[in-house]
Design a protein around this ligand. Structure first.
Ligand code: NCD
Length: 309
């Protein structure tokens, strides 16, 4: 078999070429049937996935776990470091070495930017970044792209607004790069205090990716195909007062989207940025998006674990 997916680790979306992303999206499409049904495969039978979740998680952790089990594998790990020896003062390096000894691949979510990369440099099993501080969240991006592709059958040329906390939100940091790769048009909508980091803008410009920045969603709402909403990342604000000034900056409700030709996405969890009156409308794609975490993560696990053994 020709190996098309050559990545050893999934640390940043910047490590992906367009063909790697396309490969995962195609694989996910093939796996969606198993993800949706009561079927299982045995492709990863006997393999163990190590899960190190230092930060809270619902969807990422549970969908990785479901994906591994759907492929016949098993999971070990912790959610919240208080239950591990990290609370006794063990270093991240030592903890990772233990996971390397017990498992065939590692998933890490950590509050420090660069944590996943740090681990991938010291262990020999594949490492997947499930979010490193305000850095990257590459597997979320793959499921975001999958959701868009499932809806529109393409990504190229679509007009996507990334709305909310573009400064601290790691999902949008990864997604902006990927949308650039697929020639989507991008609108970055945020309060001035929470604009997309300069470094990201610089990289996009260097790659000739076109984007537009505004703090007024109304300026762009009639032109967009995808309204990608994010939570203001309270836990990353150095100052609680700064957070209180900005929270509630955007509220997406049914009145705002009614009559528009767009879908609403959100990596979740939402706090108050999308009103529940959008939930039972055709605009809501955020719950479906969360489900797509399973076929997409199955595709990632299947290829990254198989690559190595
Ligand atoms: C996101 C995250 O952890 O970055 N959640 C997720 O993985 N679906 C978004 C967030 O926490 O706001």
């Amino acid at each position: 078999m020709i190996k098309i997916f050559n990545l050893n680790d999934v640390i940043s979306i910047k490590d992906f070429q367009k063909k790697d992303i396309e490969f995962i999206l195609n694989e996910a499409e093939n796996l969606e049937k198993i993800a949706k049904s009561q079927e299982f495969s045995d492709e990863l039978a006997g393999k163990i996935l190590g899960m190190m979740f230092f930060e809270p998680s619902t969807r990422t952790r549970l969908s990785f776990e479901t994906s591994m089990k759907k492929l016949g594998g098993n999971c070990v790990g912790f959610a919240g470091s208080s239950a591990s020896s990290v609370s006794k003062g063990e270093s991240l390096a030592d903890t990772s070495k233990m996971f390397e000894a017990y498992s065939d691949a590692l998933i890490i979510r950590h509050s420090l930017e660069g944590a996943a990369k740090f681990i991938s440099d010291i262990v020999d099993v594949p490492v997947i970044n499930a979010g490193d501080g305000a850095g990257q969240h590459p597997t979320q991006t793959l499921l975001d792209l999958y959701t868009i592709k499932r809806q529109f059958d393409k990504i190229k040329g679509l007009n996507v607004a990334l709305v909310g906390d573009l400064k601290y939100g790691r999902t949008v940091h990864s997604l902006a790069y990927a949308l650039g790769m697929f020639d989507a048009q991008m609108n970055f909508v945020s309060p001035d205090e929470l604009k997309m980091p300069k470094e990201t803008l610089h990289d996009l410009k260097k790659n000739n990716v076109k984007f537009h920045e505004t703090n007024n969603l109304k300026n762009v709402i009639d032109e967009i195909d995808v309204l990608y909403v994010t939570r203001i990342q309270k836990e990353r604000f150095p100052d609680e007062e700064e957070y209180s000034k900005i929270k509630g900056a955007y509220l997406i409700n049914h009145d705002l989207v009614k009559g528009k030709d767009l879908i609403v996405m959100h990596p979740l969890p939402r706090v108050d940025e999308i009103s529940t009156d959008v939930d039972n409308t055709k605009y809501n794609k955020y719950f479906e998006q969360a489900f797509y975490g399973v076929p997409v993560r199955m595709a990632i696990l299947k290829n990254i674990i198989k690559n190595k053994f």
